[in-house]
Write a protein of this length. Structure first.
Ligand SMILES: NC(=O)c1ccc[n+]([C@@H]2O[C@H](COP(=O)([O-])OP(=O)(O)OC[C@H]3O[C@@H](n4cnc5c(N)ncnc54)[C@H](OP(=O)(O)O)[C@@H]3O)[C@@H](O)[C@H]2O)c1
Length: 341
């Protein structure tokens, strides 16, 4: 089958950083696995981070890609949630080969039925970011999905990117929160306002000063999607007493949690691969969660975050996607669809 893979971890400008290759088809699915034919994929910062240059080689080739929409071709002997022909979407498991290939094996417990109202390209951009945003808002921070926290405030740092674009919608539509999103350019500001942000702050300027000009000088929730190191020192000023903070981006520095003590504030991490990586007993939650996202899309409660269709799935187009993500200014999400024959 066709795939895009790597043998060496190289700068994206190196011709061998991502290669068009032919690799064996995955074996027939066993256990709870599904064999899926990939229709469309998205690309996330995790692809860029995994591909980052390092002194390591792979044989066979490493296949990246953790966002896809596709069609179930075959099911394992213990799979019960799907049948051949079902249209599905999923992020997958970072410890297994990814979705930059014509076929992929995925555990059915982390797969959802795709929205019926979207094309595969529109659906493929949703799973990884929706799982991340949903788990952060409604599980890590414990915000009510039924609106019991209506009127409370959330600051989303990095609002226009992939995760921010779906987080704004979930926080508004289901959380009924007052959403303050950060965006640093006119086009990203306009995008987050169109998604429902009530107020916008610029993450390149002092956040505390800007929040003091809004009805929420302190916020009940903070969702950090970029630069945890840069923003952590300001958090004790920004967070309200008993507030909740969740980050999804790694730190390179040490930070003092004492800063949050007097406000009894909570800090937590969200990592959407935790369920798959540790095969947690409740990993089927991600199946239900993706189905909830699909139903919410089909009911027009939230919408796809697709902004860039980069064409067929091949090394040239995937390199363009990696370039765009590395530059750090993607608004919404990128997708690629189909393998040219
Ligand atoms: N832990 C997890 O499970 C998980 C899951 C998904 C993603 N992540 C991580 O979360 C991060 C965000 O992912 P994503 O998909 O949303 O990325 P993305 O789509 O590439 O984010 C792009 C956005 O980031 C904003 N941005 C750039 N520099 C910023 C800064 N200094 N402060 C705040 N915002 C800034 C940009 O807004 P402007 O152009 O307006 O500046 C741009 O719209 C990545 O590091 C990713 O690896 C983690």
């Amino acid at each position: 089958m066709k795939a895009v893979g790597l043998y060496e971890y190289l700068d994206i400008n190196d011709p061998k950083s991502l290669l068009d290759i032919d690799i064996p088809m995955p074996s027939n699915p066993t256990g709870k696995d599904l064999l899926i034919q990939i229709d469309a994929i998205s690309v996330n910062p995790v692809d860029v981070k995994v591909r980052a240059p390092k002194d390591k080689t792979e044989s066979p080739a490493r296949i990246l890609g953790w966002d896809a929409a596709g069609t179930v071709i075959a099911i394992g002997d213990q799979a019960t949630l799907f049948k051949p022909g079902d249209k599905v979407f999923y992020a997958g498991d970072i410890t297994r080969p990814g979705s930059n290939a014509q076929y992929q094996l995925v555990d059915e417990r982390i797969v959802g039925i795709a929205p019926t109202s979207l094309t595969a390209t529109e659906a493929a951009v949703l799973p990884l970011t929706a799982l991340t945003a949903y788990e952060a808002l409604f599980e890590r921070m414990g915000i009510s999905r039924e609106g019991a926290d209506a009127g409370k405030s959330i600051l989303i740092i990095g609002g226009a990117g992939g995760v921010g674009s779906i987080a704004i919608q979930l926080a508004k539509t289901f959380g009924k929160l007052h959403v303050i999103a950060s965006a640093s350019r006119p086009e990203s500001e306009s995008w987050v306002r169109n998604l429902g942000a009530d107020a916008v702050v610029n993450h390149h300027e002092d956040l505390s000063t800007q929040l003091k000009k809004t009805p929420f000088p302190e916020v009940d929730y903070i969702f950090i999607l970029s630069g945890t190191d840069a923003y952590f020192p300001q958090l004790s000023q920004l967070i309200a007493p008993f507030g909740k903070i969740t980050s999804i981006t790694e730190t390179k520095q040490s930070h003092h949690l004492d800063a949050l003590k007097t406000k009894s504030a909570t800090f937590s991490w969200e990592f959407m691969f935790t369920h798959a990586m540790f095969k947690t007993k409740d990993m089927i939650k991600q199946h239900h969660l993706l189905n909830f996202i699909a139903q919410s899309i089909d009911q027009r409660l939230i919408k796809t975050t697709l902004t860039h269709n980069l064409g067929p799935i091949n090394a040239t187009n995937l390199k363009r996607a990696h370039h765009l993500i590395e530059a750090g200014h993607v608004i919404g999400k990128l997708a690629l669809a189909g393998f040219s024959t």
